[in-house]
Design a protein around this ligand. Structure first.
Ligand SMILES: [Zn+2]
Length: 254
């Protein structure tokens, strides 16, 4: 039982073999997939995938690196999408000061706008935060009406993990935890309780060792789960079971 809590299977890199890949997911124990929107087009496509495949759910939202040309009319459309049955979260949304040093104000504006939207429809949020630890935390703290969510591809220190865990957020752990230079993330995984971690890929990106550089998919989640099991000194089956339950609790899937 694997819950892939963050993938971009609407990406064109999956156009050729999406059907076969999803069939293999089922054979390999990937029972649930959350497909994540990153701009308006991928949010729409995310809804379409969720409509077509019973085991796929959708998140809709606009990533901080995809803000160009975004309008209030787009927010209205996101709102309409968020009311669909299989849309279970708003995201990915957040701040990225690694790629966007020059438009911080704009990023903050749309981040807050989408947080408001999420609070209004009572959906959890999928947070993307890169090199923007303090601002992300302060903004989420200021939006106490948010229904929780996940800090996806968690990349900060243990101290920051503690803050988010205290606020009730889950931490998304993906391929990076298998990288040799990921000491910081391994420490976070050791520190955080297993019942607050979820498995994710960020497919098609960030494939784990030994598949680094290849097209990522949920078929590689076992490498991530193995690493987490080793760090926490538990059986891999416990990692699958607990993170599956966590994913369902996070996205409120029955
Ligand atoms: Zn993503």
């Amino acid at each position: 039982m694997i819950f892939e809590t963050h993938g971009h299977y609407d990406d064109e890199k999956f156009d050729e073999d999406r059907e076969e890949l999803f069939a293999r997911f089922r054979e390999e124990g990937v029972e649930l997939v959350m497909n994540i929107g990153a701009d308006m087009t991928s949010s729409r496509n995310s809804c379409k995938l969720a409509e077509k495949y019973p085991f796929v759910y959708a998140a809709v939202g606009v990533h901080p690196s995809e803000l160009e040309g975004l309008t209030e009319a787009d927010m209205e459309e996101l709102l309409a999408m968020s009311r669909l049955d299989k849309v279970k979260a708003i995201g990915e949304i957040g701040l990225d000061y690694y790629y966007g040093k020059d438009n911080k104000e704009e990023q903050i504006k749309w981040f807050e706008r989408q947080l408001e939207l999420a609070a209004g429809v009572k959906l959890p949020v999928v947070i993307h935060s890169r090199d923007a630890a303090a601002d992300t935390l302060n903004i989420l703290k200021a939006h106490g009406d948010i229904e929780g969510g996940v800090i996806h591809c968690f990349s900060y220190e243990t101290e920051m993990a503690r803050e988010y865990l205290d606020m009730g957020y889950y931490l998304g752990i993906g391929g990076v935890v298998t990288f040799k230079n990921s000491r910081k993330l391994k420490e976070v995984v050791e520190y955080a309780p297993l019942d607050r971690l979820v498995l994710e890929t960020d497919s098609p990106y960030l494939a784990p060792v030994p598949m680094r550089g290849k097209r990522n998919s949920a078929l590689y989640i076992p490498y991530i789960a193995e690493e987490i099991a080793a760090i926490k000194g538990v059986d891999i089956s416990e990692v699958y079971e607990q993170t599956f339950a966590n994913g369902k609790a996070l996205y409120r899937i029955k």
